[in-house]
Design a protein around this ligand. Structure first.
Ligand code: PRX
Length: 649
């Protein structure tokens, strides 16, 4: 059946009736107040959070540097745990976790439930253990762990004592860990022997060992036993998680931290080869994630909420750990792959725990769609009330499939646009208020002054494409790039005067709805994961056979974008399938499997402008259409295009 791309889906009336924001009028009114008087708005919102000491000023804005809730003292871990217990949620499940190993029919072999009180006990024990290991407020702690409750426990323990965490996605390799350890000057790593992924053990500890060999600054490695795989042990450096918590007390008062105390660093890709440490602080991020989680997912006390992201990405930070726990709901957490042992696993989990709010990535939806309806069709999905997507544009066909086969045509879909840098959701429907259009993230969240402008910063007309900017500071915004103020200014605050530049291209329709087109810089999104072309290129040229490399993203049916690499070889290196496979593997070992090029093409030269810039546009055209027909007048050496054309045929 053809997809009706012009369809509009109003909020179901029974959903709207119980929602926090019930109508478009209510949304518009509240939005206007938040834009007209942001400080009053954010002061009122913050009143629902716990502060040891109140702020003296809501916002101090010295562009591009913002301070929110100036002078306040608070603690994120307290707000996620103690505050919930004080509100009577102590015996309520905070985390329902399922490990990956399962019987052939999907019955899990590992399950755990932690109530808010039990979670606080575990967090306090681990926080005390960290202190006993000599860790102090301000020390940056690196976490490289599987999706197990201990990852959330470790983050909350760090937050409790004021030691900022830097979580590294478990799919990254040793070199990527080493780079991040060094940049953060982090001396402590928390990891596990291994983690389960599609039935295999990911050798996390071995990767950490290798990374520690590359940098000299790691003094302590705390190791959780998860897979019982064999690992190397360094007596002077390594300690077991279970040993350090064995005698630790369950009493650890939360540190009263300054509102602008660093809560975490999260490394992400940009346009250069070096990943940047995006810096988030305590109070603003806390208030912003709580508020957006409540509004966008329309959370109520009895919700069972499941976000399928990995905690190694910002989605997991904001919408698995900090946002949902601050709202006191039950959080489902799953360790492994969506197709283990088969493609029914996600839907079995929804059925098993009666998930009400479900948040995933378009790439996963497209992968499920390809498998057909037999997997989701065998599960009872009637508990679902709302569906969400994040990380990349969702094509209308995937949207309507999700709506029909997962949401039973009764669940509103929230397509949420945001970034590592924004800390929380920026553009998304409020499910009880805003009619949705498949493929559009719709309208801005409260307090978010988003606009579409041309390169000079002038707002463009409806339905014209432009750059997505944000004109006012918001509490969840990044506070900087760790150790690199110049990069912070240049990357985000210099493209358009007096505005935050997102790096995304966008169009706004006649109803003011935002339609995100994608990145306008050298960032590509593979399965919603953010990768920098420059990082992959530098991984390729670190191989002995490679002289030069150019990497582009091109459309892919399932992963949204895929990586194509164009490579020129050194002297006597021989192109061929073997070398292609070697180079793909080389990228996987240097950066991680997610960065592996889908195709590697060998060429005698790369198309460059006279000033030496690689003309990625031509490479993209070749990878996408198999042809180069675009304008090549600025090309330095016309024969390279002829050769590229030949290499294609
Ligand atoms: O290009 C946009 C895309 O993901 C980028 C941010 O990536 P990252 O920092 O990894 O954060 C992803 C999870 C929040 C954005 O610049 N993006 C994110 N959400 C959407 C999206 N593109 C279209 N629609 C979305 N809903």
């Amino acid at each position: 059946m053809a997809t009706d791309v012009s369809a509009t889906y109003p909020p179901p009336s029974d959903f709207a009736a119980q929602a926090h924001v019930k109508s478009m009028e209510q949304y518009r009114e509240q939005y206007q107040q938040s834009i007209d008087n942001p400080e009053a708005y954010w002061a009122e919102v913050a009143a629902d959070s716990h502060f040891f000491e109140k702020w003296s000023r809501v916002l101090e804005w010295n562009p591009p540097f913002a301070k929110w809730y100036v002078g306040a003292k608070t603690n994120m871990s307290y707000n996620c745990l103690d505050l919930q217990i004080e509100r009577g949620r102590g015996d309520h499940p905070a985390i329902i976790w399922e490990g990956e190993p399962a019987e052939a029919d999907g019955t899990p072999k590992d399950q755990r439930t932690l109530t808010y009180s039990q979670l606080r006990d575990e967090v306090c024990k681990f926080a005390n253990a960290l202190k006993a290991q000599g860790i102090k407020k301000g020390d940056r702690i690196t976490l490289y762990m599987p999706m197990v409750p201990e990852l959330a426990i470790a983050m909350l323990a760090c937050a409790r004592i004021g030691a900022p965490h830097s979580v590294i996605f478990g799919g990254f390799s040793a070199q990527a860990i080493a780079d991040r350890l060094q940049d953060a000057d982090s001396h402590v790593v928390i990891t596990a022997d291994g983690g389960w992924r599609r039935g295999n053990v990911v050798p996390l500890k071995a990767n950490v060992d290798e990374a520690c060999g590359m940098v000299g600054n790691v003094k302590k490695v705390i190791v959780l036993k998860r897979c019982e795989n064999e690992i190397a042990w360094h007596d002077e450096r390594d300690v077991w998680w279970h040993d350090v918590v064995a005698d630790a007390s369950t009493d650890c008062p939360a540190e009263q931290l300054d509102a602008e105390h660093m809560l975490f660093l999260l490394y992400t890709s940009g346009s250069t080869g070096k990943p940047k440490g995006i810096l988030h602080t305590t109070a603003g991020y806390m208030v912003y994630t709580r508020h957006t989680t409540k509004n966008v997912f329309d959370l109520h006390d009895d919700d069972v909420y499941w976000c399928t992201a990995d905690i190694g990405w910002i989605t997991g930070h904001s919408y698995i750990v900090y946002g949902p726990l601050q709202n006191g709901v039950t959080n489902v957490m799953y360790e492994g792959a969506p197709n283990f042992p088969d493609w029914a696993r996600f839907w079995q989990i929804c059925q098993r725990y009666k998930v009400t709010k479900f948040y995933t990535a378009p790439t996963a939806i497209r992968a499920f769609m390809k498998q057909g309806e037999s997997f989701c069709g065998q599960c009872d999905l009637s508990s679902l009330k709302l569906l969400g997507t994040v990380g990349e544009p969702i094509n209308p066909a995937a949207w309507t499939w999700y709506h029909k086969h997962i949401g039973g045509e009764r669940c509103p879909i929230v397509d949420t646009w945001w970034q590592t840098e924004t800390g929380g959701i920026m553009i998304s429907p409020l499910p009880g208020a805003v009619p949705t259009k498949p493929g559009s993230a719709t309208l801005p969240q409260f307090g978010i002054d988003a606009a579409v402008v041309d390169a000079q910063g002038n707002e463009v007309d409806a339905n014209e494409t432009g750059l997505l900017i944000v004109r006012k500071p918001w509490p969840g915004m990044l506070r900087g790039v760790y150790g690199d103020e110049a990069r912070y200014r240049k990357q985000y605050w210099s493209t358009i005067e007096n505005a935050y530049f997102t790096g995304d291209g966008v169009r706004r329709d006649e109803d003011g709805y935002f339609w995100i087109i994608g990145r306008v810089d050298d960032v590509i999104k593979v399965s919603g994961h953010r990768l920098g072309t420059a990082e992959i290129e530098s991984a390729l040229v670190s191989h002995e056979s490679v002289a030069e490399a150019a990497v582009i993203g091109y459309p892919d049916e399932i992963t949204g974008e895929a990586v194509a690499a164009f490579v020129t070889l050194k002297g006597d290196a021989q192109p061929g399938n073997d070398l292609e496979e070697t180079l793909r593997k080389h990228v996987a070992t240097t950066l991680g499997a997610i960065a592996k090029p889908k195709t590697v093409r060998f060429t005698e030269g790369l198309p460059k402008t006279r000033s030496g810039k690689i003309m990625r546009r031509l490479l993209r055209e070749l990878a996408t259409t198999g042809r180069i027909e675009g304008d090549i007048t600025t090309l330095e050496d016309l024969t390279t295009v002829a050769k590229l054309r030949e290499s294609e045929s």
